[in-house]
Design a protein around this ligand. Structure first.
Ligand code: GLN
Length: 299
């Protein structure tokens, strides 16, 4: 079959669900992934033909896309902060907002990381690492930092470890539940961090109707949802953890629920963090929160 014909079928079947542009990008992602044929080659060689088994692969992908399965899970890979990441249903698909968080941390820590001495590198911890996208892109871009990443899901950690290998970085992974101190207190006993970051679950059950079906039906609820009556549970726990485990002047960086910006910020105010900033994402929503641990905590 000629690839162009297949592209016409993709549009016919999927445009009503996704719109023409997105279907084009799906199609090109598939040609790159399954055939190693870049987009430009299709324009240059409109008569490019593919074999029967290849055609079948495309039809299978088309079926999944019709059922609104995310293309990243279908291909088993995605890109985050310019780096390749393996993904499956055990981890969230990395979001562009999270790239902004990573970018902020890298910009603010490059100096600190460079000036730290070789035998005393800056230490960074990512809590609830999932695919490892935050920890790994930090490790890649702050090569002198020592990076740690925690998750309670064994399946997620397996993916995160593969991703660290794929990106040729060293990350110290810990299987633990941040809400359950007995699972991590020994591991962190003698550790203190310069930077702690987290993109924990923050979507309230009451916000479920805003979440699109392709997210709701495919992505891990464990990584997304929190109870309506205690939506900041992870932020409270991690802030308390940071009071103990951040060095004085250490930085805390959160991705947050856009509707709970002020409440989340108040947690850092109450914990006497300094230089607190609530920052917006590319869509203009409150999405990032940062604070600096005070040199001295007043009682
Ligand atoms: N930003 C994610 C979403 O839009 C939620 C991520 C999270 O809960 N940490 O679904």
């Amino acid at each position: 079959m000629v690839l162009k014909e297949l592209q016409v079928i993709f549009h016919k079947e999927l445009d009503a669900i996704y719109g023409e542009n997105e279907v084009d990008s799906f199609f090109y992602l598939c040609t790159e992934h399954y055939l190693d044929v870049p987009r430009i080659q299709l324009t240059l060689e409109p008569e490019l033909a593919i074999t029967k088994p290849e055609t079948e692969t495309f039809f299978k992908a088309l079926e999944h896309l019709k059922q609104q399965k995310p293309i990243q899970y279908l291909l088993g890979e995605t890109e985050f902060y310019g780096l390749p990441f393996k993904v499956d249903e055990n981890v969230l698909i990395p979001r562009p907002e999270t790239e902004e968080l990573v970018d902020l941390i890298i910009k603010q820590c490059t100096e600190r990381s460079r000036s730290a001495s070789e035998n005393n590198p800056i230490k960074i911890l990512d809590i609830g690492t999932g695919s490892g996208c935050i920890a790994i892109s930090l490790a890649k871009n702050l090569p002198s930092a020592e990076v740690y990443a925690l998750d309670l899901s064994q399946d997620a950690l397996k993916i995160a470890k593969d991703n660290a290998k794929l990106n040729k970085v060293k990350v110290n992974f810990v299987e633990a539940d941040i809400l359950n101190e007995s699972t991590w207190n020994l591991f962190f006993e003698n550790l203190e961090f310069d930077v702690i970051t987290s993109n924990p679950p923050y979507v309230r059950e009451l916000e479920k109707q805003e979440i699109s079906p392709n997210v709701l039906d495919n992505e891990p609820h464990l990584a997304l949802f929190v109870a309506d009556d205690n939506p900041l549970i992870f932020y409270k726990t991690i802030t308390n953890f940071a009071i103990e485990k951040l060095k004085p002047n250490g930085q805390l960086y959160f991705e947050i629920n856009q509707y709970l910006g002020e409440e989340t910020k108040q947690l850092l105010v109450d914990a006497q963090f300094e230089k607190i900033e609530l920052l917006k994402d590319l869509n203009g929503n409150d999405r990032m929160l940062k604070g600096c641990k005070a040199l001295e905590i007043k009682l």
